[in-house]
Design a protein around this ligand. Structure first.
Ligand code: NDP
Length: 485
């Protein structure tokens, strides 16, 4: 089998790999050593116009194919992704800087997502509605929006591409995707496999480039019908303002400040490694990262000590060393994270471990896994998303205070509850304002089709699972009077 080729400085528009209209290019850097690993097209307004026009032309034909046929094409795409899963793992790992095993996990999840929506394409149904008399019939028809714009961040680009593009296509939409210019290679590789799988030209287009150029041109385009934005809260807010000009519906998946809440009766042998993993996986650059650790006071010292030991044991290295944690994705991201670490001690935080750059061979953008305690709600490191391997520990007493502290954040993405007491777990799960809750595990491992829901400033609308298929449709309501013939 030949190596997976990602065309250099090309974007996928109308089924063909083409350069940017103005021939501009951008470098993609290896986070481990700042070397250029690829060049991408610097797309702009003209490229976005061409991609949206191609998606518009392709839409009627694609929407008219039977859901079974769409599912079969997506199934072929999923099969090709499975064949190339190791190639995709390498692309993702090198581009983002994560260990190869992390890239592999993301590539497998992306494959599973595409396969899920291949199977779901012909399971999307409307409902029949009750009527006041037998002379009426009421029902709904789920219909695709049309041309969907998808704008993604750099942290898990392959998985997020699958999670947004596959349900949109399964529901009969066409797509224009703008990945982050910081890590665009996984999405480009997935798009090439979709093309090889036989998706018709124009159904899935990718425009690469800068957020302020290609991103803004896409999200403010007057001929798109739906926007799916994954990224920071600040940019999400700007995208929503642009969408309001054109009255386009928006799905927003934004940042997080997720708590791991550890009660005194928790099984610490299970909890501690998961808590360490929750903030060091992908170097803490996950929207659901467990960046706040809330611990019942009676076990606070023990948990702090054990978590700090776990963080010190995390092995750092480049993607191909395949250890536990890689560098941050870019110089800017590391400067941002170090800014938090410089500020926190001055505000009274104690650095239990880490707290600075990490000394690692190669000149990558590494930060040491860091644990801070003596933090409080007023500190920026507790309030804002750091997006790095930085854990802030706070103590609590009793379920009511635990819930209050879980909710003491602008974000509402994930909450993880560690306890042996089912009533306490369910009370906390019910009262926390978060889109997703995990009990005695970190996140959704093992649950198929887990909806990736969000509350508060973390965003809204459903991603993941069957709910995502619904997100990419609008319902038409039909009322019929049955005349007496
Ligand atoms: P950004 O918000 O900076 O960027 C996201 C995407 O939007 C990028 O493709 C970016 O392009 C583009 N963009 C930037 N400015 C504009 C604009 N004015 N109009 C349209 N598009 C624009 O996020 P990051 O890439 O820094 O990613 C990190 C963030 O993503 C974190 O906050 C994280 O929590 C969040 N995230 C949320 C997830 C969720 O499911 N809730 C999942 C994963 C990450 P470019 O990069 O080229 O500037």
């Amino acid at each position: 089998m030949s190596a997976l080729e990602i065309p250099v400085a090309r974007q996928l528009i109308d089924g063909a790999w083409v350069p940017a209209a103005d021939q501009g290019e951008l470098p993609v850097l290896d986070p481990a050593n700042s070397k250029v690993i690829q060049r991408i097209a610097r797309g702009g307004q003209a490229d976005v116009d061409a991609a949206v026009a191609a998606a518009r032309r392709a839409f009627p034909g694609w929407a008219a194919t039977s859901p079974t046929e769409r599912g079969a094409l997506l199934g072929r795409w999923a099969a090709l992704v499975m064949e190339r899963v190791e190639d995709l793992a390498r692309v993702e790992a090198r581009d983002v800087g994560k260990p190869l095993s992390g890239g592999r996990m993301n590539a497998f999840i992306a494959q599973g997502i595409i396969e899920y929506f291949a199977g779901a394409a012909d399971k999307l149904t409307g409902v029949t509605l009750p009527t006041r008399t037998p002379d009426y019939l009421g029902f709904t028809i789920p219909e695709p929006w049309g041309v969907c714009a998808v704008t993604l961040p750099w942290n898990v680009p392959t998985l997020l591409s699958a999670a947004n593009v596959a349900p949109a296509l399964a529901a009969g939409n066409t797509v224009v995707l703008k990945p982050s210019e910081v890590a665009p290679l996984g999405p480009l590789a997935l798009a090439e496999l979709a093309r090889e799988a036989g998706l018709p030209p124009g159904v899935f287009n990718v425009v690469t480039g800068l957020g302020a150029e290609a991103g803004q041109a896409l999200t403010s385009h007057t001929d798109i019908d739906h926007i799916s934005f994954v990224g920071s809260t600040a940019t999400g807010s700007a995208v929503m303002r642009a969408a309001s000009e054109n009255l386009v519906p928006v799905k927003l998946e934004l940042g997080g400040k997720s708590p791991n809440v550890v009660f005194a009766d928790a099984d610490l042998d299970v909890a501690i490694p998961a808590i360490v993993g929750s903030i060091t996986e992908n170097a803490g650059q996950n929207c659901y990262a467990g960046s706040r650790l809330l611990v019942e006071e009676s076990i606070r010292d023990e948990v702090t000590e054990r978590v700090a030991a776990g963080m010190r044991a995390v092995r750092l290295g480049t993607w191909d060393m395949d250890l536990d944690m890689g560098p941050l994705v870019s110089r800017e991201q590391r400067e941002r994270v170090l800014g938090f670490l410089e500020e926190a001690p001055g505000e009274g935080a104690r650095v239990v471990t880490g707290g600075a750059k990490a000394e690692v061979p190669d000149e990558g953008w590494f930060v040491a896994p860091t644990v801070l305690d003596r933090v409080d709600r007023g500190m920026r490191v507790v309030r804002e998303e750091v997006f790095g391997p930085v854990l802030a520990i706070q103590g609590f007493t009793g379920t009511a205070q635990a819930v209050e502290m879980m909710n003491d954040t602008d974000f509402g993405l994930l909450a993880c509850i560690w306890t042996d007491d089912v009533s306490r777990a369910l009370r906390a799960a019910k009262e926390v304002r978060a889109g997703q809750v995990a009990v005695n595990q970190f996140h959704d491992a093992g649950v198929i089709g887990f909806p990736f829901n969000m509350q508060k400033d973390s965003g809204f609308s459903a991603g993941g699972g069957y709910a995502a298929l619904r997100e990419y449709t609008q319902e038409k309501a039909v009322a019929v009077r049955l005349l007496d013939r």
